[in-house]
Design a protein around this ligand. Structure first.
Ligand SMILES: Nc1ncnc2c1ncn2[C@@H]1O[C@H](COP(=O)(O)O)[C@@H](OP(=O)(O)O)[C@H]1O
Ligand SMILES: [Mg+2]
Ligand SMILES: [Mg+2]
Ligand SMILES: [Mg+2]
Length: 332
C-alpha cells in the first residue's frame, strides 16, 4: 500500500501514525467485541482517537472510516457501515490500563510503522495476558517471506526487499503450552509447527536488531556479538517480525538496547513473546530478569534493554553483558 497525502501524521512524541494503524486498531476492537459479545473487554492498544476527534483530524478520520468499512464489506458484507464516530469509539476501546489481574488483550495495530511507511517489515500484533502472564499471541507480517530468510536474502545484514511476491506474507500464532506455528498470511490459522534453532556455533549464528538506529544501540549489540564469537553481520528488521524470525530459526538472537530514558510498551513485545517462548527461545531484560507484563501499559525498569535468543545464545549474551559491565569505569 502506498500512503497518500493526509494518510500519515506525527504523534506528540514525533513518532509516525497512519490510517492503517488506526484502521487496524478499530478492526481488531470490532472483531474482539463480536467474538465475545456481552462480555467485558479489556484491550491495551497503542493508538487513541484524541487527535482524530479534533477538527484538524476530521479528514483523516473520514479516510480511516472508509478503509474500515471497505475491509468490513469484504469479510462481513451483511454488517451495516460504521459512522466516523463509531470508528473513533472503536479506536478508543484500546485505552485499557491492563494489569496483573484477569484477561487483557494487548494490541499493536501496526508495529514498525516506520517500516510500513518505508515498505520494509511491519507486523500486526495481538497478544493476550491472563493474570499478568502472556497466554497467547498472533503476529501478522505481510512483508515477511514464508520461507526462512537466509544469507542470500541479506544485503549487508539488511533483509533485501526483493522477496518473491508469491511467497511473501507470514502469520505466526502460539498459545501457552500448545506450541508455535507459522503459515501464509492469508491461509487461515497457521499449521506448520516451528522451533528456534539452538544448534549453531556462534560463528554461524545471526543476530537481529531494529532497522532504526534511533530505537536501539547498534554499537553495543556489535560489541556483545563479538564477545560471544558472532561473525555474521546483523539482520536489521523493523517490528516484531524479528520475534517471528527467531521462532522459526532464521536468526538466533534479537538484541534491543534503547536510550536509557525510553520506556518500553507492552504491546511492542506481548504477541512476539508468546511465540518465541512456545518456539523454545528465552527472553529477559539485559540483566536476565523476566519481562513483567503485569504493571500496566509500560514495562517497569528494564536494566538497559531486552535480549531474546535461543537458550545457549541467551546464556552466552548474559555472561557477555556482565563482563562488559564489569569492565566499564565505575562512577565515583
Ligand atoms: N526512541 C525509541 N527507542 C526505542 N524504541 C522506540 C523508540 N521510538 C519508538 N520506538 C518503538 O519501536 C517500535 C518499533 O520497533 P523496532 O525498532 O523493533 O522496529 C515502535 O513501535 P510502533 O512502530 O508500533 O510505534 C515504537 O514503539
Ligand atoms: Mg507507534
Ligand atoms: Mg510497536
Ligand atoms: Mg504501532
Amino acid at each position: 500500500m502506498q500512503l497518500k497525502h493526509g494518510e500519515k501524521t506525527d504523534k506528540e512524541d514525533d513518532s509516525p501514525v497512519t490510517v492503517a494503524d488506526y484502521g487496524a486498531q478499530a478492526l481488531v476492537a470490532w472483531s474482539l467485541r463480536r467474538a465475545f459479545p456481552g462480555q467485558p473487554l479489556s484491550l491495551v492498544a497503542e493508538e487513541d482517537a484524541v487527535d482524530l476527534r479534533e477538527p484538524s483530524g476530521a479528514a483523516m478520520l473520514d479516510r480511516i472510516t472508509s478503509l474500515v468499512n471497505e475491509a468490513l464489506a469484504i469479510e462481513h458484507p451483511q454488517v451495516a457501515r460504521l459512522s466516523s464516530a463509531e470508528v473513533a469509539d472503536l479506536v478508543d476501546v484500546g485505552c485499557s490500563e491492563g494489569g496483573g489481574v484477569g484477561r487483557h488483550w494487548v494490541l499493536d495495530p501496526i508495529d514498525g510503522t516506520r517500516g510500513f511507511v518505508g515498505q520494509r517489515q511491519y507486523a500486526v500484533c495481538l497478544g493476550l495476558l491472563q493474570d499478568g502472564q502472556v497466554a497467547l499471541g498472533v503476529l501478522g507480517c505481510p512483508n515477511l517471506p514464508q520461507y526462512a530468510i537466509t544469507d542470500a536474502d541479506c544485503d549487508e545484514g539488511q533483509a533485501a526487499r526483493s522477496f518473491s511476491e508469491e511467497s511473501v506474507g507470514t502469520i505466526f500464532a502460539a498459545s501457552k503450552g500448545q506450541g508455535a506455528y507459522a503459515g501464509p498470511v492469508f491461509g487461515g490459522m497457521p499449521t506448520q509447527r516451528i522451533h528456534c534453532n539452538d544448534s549453531l556455533p556462534p560463528s554461524q549464528v545471526r543476530y537481529m536488531e531494529s532497522f532504526e538506529k534511533r530505537h536501539s544501540n547498534h554499537g553495543l549489540a556489535l560489541q556483545i556479538g563479538a564477545e560471544i564469537g558472532v561473525e555474521l553481520p546483523s539482520l536489521k528488521l523493523d517490528s516484531q517480525a524479528k520475534y517471528g524470525a527467531l521462532s522459526r530459526g532464521d536468526a538466533s538472537i534479537f538484541m534491543r538496547f534503547p536510550d536509557a530514558a525510553y520506556r518500553e510498551k507492552i504491546w511492542d513485545h506481548c504477541a512476539g513473546v508468546a511465540i518465541i517462548e512456545e518456539a523454545g527461545a528465552v527472553i529477559t531484560d539485559a540483566l536476565g530478569n523476566p519481562l513483567d507484563f503485569s504493571q500496566g501499559r509500560f514495562f517497569p525498569y528494564l536494566n538497559g534493554g531486552i535480549v531474546a535468543a535461543t537458550p545457549s545464545m541467551h546464556r552466552a549474551i548474559m555472561a557477555a553483558i556482565r563482563k562488559i559491565r564489569e569492565l566499564e569505569p565505575k562512577e565515583e
